[in-house]
Write a protein that binds this ligand. Structure first.
Ligand code: FMN
Length: 360
């Protein structure tokens, strides 16, 4: 009898684990690429471009394509912003720059040449494009799909000397701070302290909660924001996370404590931090975003994982203090970088193209 009960319990447990694993598998949101009056090739280019890094994955972009004149206008979506942590739209313009550069790389992958310009009056980016080769660069397209934000802890090993001595073009050694250096410790401390401030700030917690996606159904509906996949949570952990979290509890103390714990582990596991700085005009911020993507793709190619950590930049007091300790003006991006055993790829949580692309 006892053996029978034991067997039934084991069977139920196996079934339960199976269900949790099944529910926790990676979601495929199936972005619809269809845009009327846009060729299939351009639809592919724009989908690839949409895999750009962007703050909180809010995808604050509005795109107008002029296929006959061969140019694209990229502007911020005034409805999509992060008023609490980004009141001046600093991250919106960096994200627009990330989008523009990823789009230009996507054009390049399909054999197009591009030219960028910024209209300071209308705060819009223009990208001119022209097909110059029938040969696709599949390697570049794969690199764009591979690039993603990795929120796991990385290995603590130093960056490879081959990368630092010969492969790295976009990483400025004066703006890279290795794990263990005094500058690294200063960035780590400011980032964690600022994270704690935000985690305990009701308005910041509410804004984050609004952009969290807490079920597959919610993710499939909005195709944006931060579902478990964007937080690096998968499998049984994803199922348990969705079962135990809702938008109310995500504003609470337990959730904020877990976030602080995760941030601490992230900061402890990495090779170092890269810093990108620029002036604060919209044009310079856009170009900072473009530089970020250039560097990020290079790091991806070298098998180095990346997570931007913006908390210390979002809190004025911490930013000013960090800038004075590092003797760097106008810090705009802090990238935590390092190696992981398995690189992974972009979760592809992106909106349908027709939601934000219009063709003239
Ligand atoms: C300006 C900017 C700031 C960001 N800040 C953070 C951050 O503080 N913490 C973090 O985990 N990710 C940060 N990210 C990464 C975004 O959350 C990420 O790019 C977005 O969710 C899309 O995911 P993907 O990079 O995997 O495509 C930032 C990205 C940008 C462009």
């Amino acid at each position: 009898m006892k053996i029978k009960i034991l067997l039934i319990t084991v069977a139920i447990l196996i079934l339960l684990v199976g269900i949790l694993l099944f529910l926790g598998r990676k979601i495929d949101v199936k972005t619809n690429k269809k845009v009327s009056n846009l060729s299939e090739e351009l639809q592919e280019v724009f989908y690839l471009g949409s895999l750009a890094p962007n703050s909180h994955n809010i995808q604050s972009w509005e795109i107008t394509v002029y296929p006959e004149k061969e140019y694209v206008v990229i502007a911020a979506d005034p409805e999509k912003k992060l008023d609490v942590i980004d009141p001046k739209g600093r991250e919106v313009f960096i994200s627009l720059g990330c989008y523009a550069k990823t789009l230009m790389k996507s054009f390049e992958a399909y054999g197009y040449k591009t030219e960028y310009s910024f209209d300071e009056e209308n705060k819009e980016i223009t990208v001119k494009y022209h097909k110059s080769s029938e040969e696709a660069n599949l390697g570049l397209a794969e690199l764009i799909k591979k690039r993603h934000t990795d929120k796991r802890g990385f290995e603590n090993q130093a960056l490879s000397s081959t990368y630092l001595s010969s492969e790295c073009e976009s990483l400025d050694p004066d703006f890279y701070f290795e794990n263990g250096s005094p500058e690294f410790e200063a960035i780590k401390k400011s980032t964690l302290d600022a994270y704690i401030v935000q985690a305990n700030d009701k308005e910041a917690a509410e804004e984050l909660s609004n952009w969290l996606r807490l079920s597959n159904a919610e993710t499939k509906k909005t195709k944006d924001g931060l579902p478990a996949e964007q937080l690096g949570i998968l499998g049984i952990k994803k199922s348990l996370y969705y079962l135990t979290t809702n938008h109310e509890s995500a504003k609470g103390e337990t959730f904020s404590k877990q976030g602080i714990d995760t941030a601490r582990k992230q900061l402890e596991g990495c090779s170092g931090f890269c810093i990108i700085s620029s002036e604060n005009t919209e044009k310079q911020l856009v170009e900072c975003g473009m530089q970020t993507v250039e560097l990020w793709l290079e790091l991806t190619d070298a098998g180095i994982s990346v997570q931007p950590m913006s908390y210390a930049i979002e809190e004025e007091e911490y930013k000013a203090n960090l800038q004075s300790v590092l003797n760097i003006d106008n810090i705009q991006m802090i990238l935590r970088i390092g190696y992981t055993s398995e690189y992974g790829c972009n979760a592809g949580i992106r909106r349908d193209l027709a939601d934000y692309i219009s063709v003239k």
